[in-house]
Design a protein around this ligand. Structure first.
Ligand code: TYD
Length: 210
């Protein structure tokens, strides 16, 4: 059984997840915890190779089901080789995106269906779910405005696509409020970081980890 703590950051494009994931990792390391900071798609050499395939604009017409399976394949590799072993050592694992991204982008954004995409991903990960998911809730228009001049294959989708993704994240959080911390992404970076750290400290204390 995993004994560490598994935290995922989720949200639409341009929500500031990467900054917050890094801030949490830094704070927990300073407090003396072993922290593994990682991201999806990616996190192992094979998963990073899959990342290239799903994100490069070179494969603009990639089939939707192939896309969903590639994200799931990347996640299976990531969980088996990096996430689960780290949790078994007792580490705190922080991932920038996880299963909810597939449910929101492929299940809802691409219209493949949230349930089937969720099931594929539970199979891929042998049902490993985060102890806490931090949802940085971004207004789709505001998030897209924060994206740079060279959008990846998903970022290049129209605003309606991103709006449906954001709504899907909100619905996931509403369905399981105990496992989510929902924070408006428009807030002050330091205040967001403090709120996340307070919640994670609480979870570590509950488990008797200091
Ligand atoms: P990334 O450069 O990591 O973007 P961000 O900083 O917004 O996380 O690119 C990941 C992209 O892949 C992002 O547009 C969301 C998308 N994605 C999916 O569509 N499904 C998934 O399962 C995951 C993990 C990401």
């Amino acid at each position: 059984m995993a004994s560490g703590l598994f935290v995922a950051f989720e949200g639409g494009d341009g929500a500031g997840k990467s900054t917050q994931a890094r801030a949490l990792a830094d704070a927990l390391r300073q407090a003396g915890h072993e922290v593994v900071l990682t991201r999806e798609p990616g996190g192992t050499p094979a998963a990073e190779a899959i990342r290239h395939v799903v994100l490069t604009p070179e494969f603009a017409g990639l089939d939707d089901r192939a896309e969903a399976l590639l994200y799931a394949a990347s996640r299976a590799e990531h969980v088996a080789r990096l996430v689960r072993p780290a949790l078994e050592r007792g580490a705190v694992v922080i991932t920038d995106r996880y299963i909810d991204s597939s449910i929101a982008y492929q299940g809802v954004g691409r219209g493949l269906g949230p349930d089937v995409v969720g099931e594929i991903n539970l199979w891929a990960t042998r049902s490993l779910l985060p102890d806490l998911t931090v949802l940085l809730d971004v207004d789709a228009g505001a998030g897209l405005a924060r994206i740079g001049s060279e959008p990846d294959r998903l970022e290049a989708e129209p605003e309606e696509f991103h709006a449906s993704v954001v709504a899907a994240f909100d619905a996931l959080a509403a369905g399981d409020p105990d496992r989510y911390l929902v924070i408006p992404a428009s807030g002050d970076v330091h205040e967001i970081a403090a709120a996340v750290l307070a919640r994670v400290d609480g979870l570590l204390a509950e488990r008797g980890v200091r």
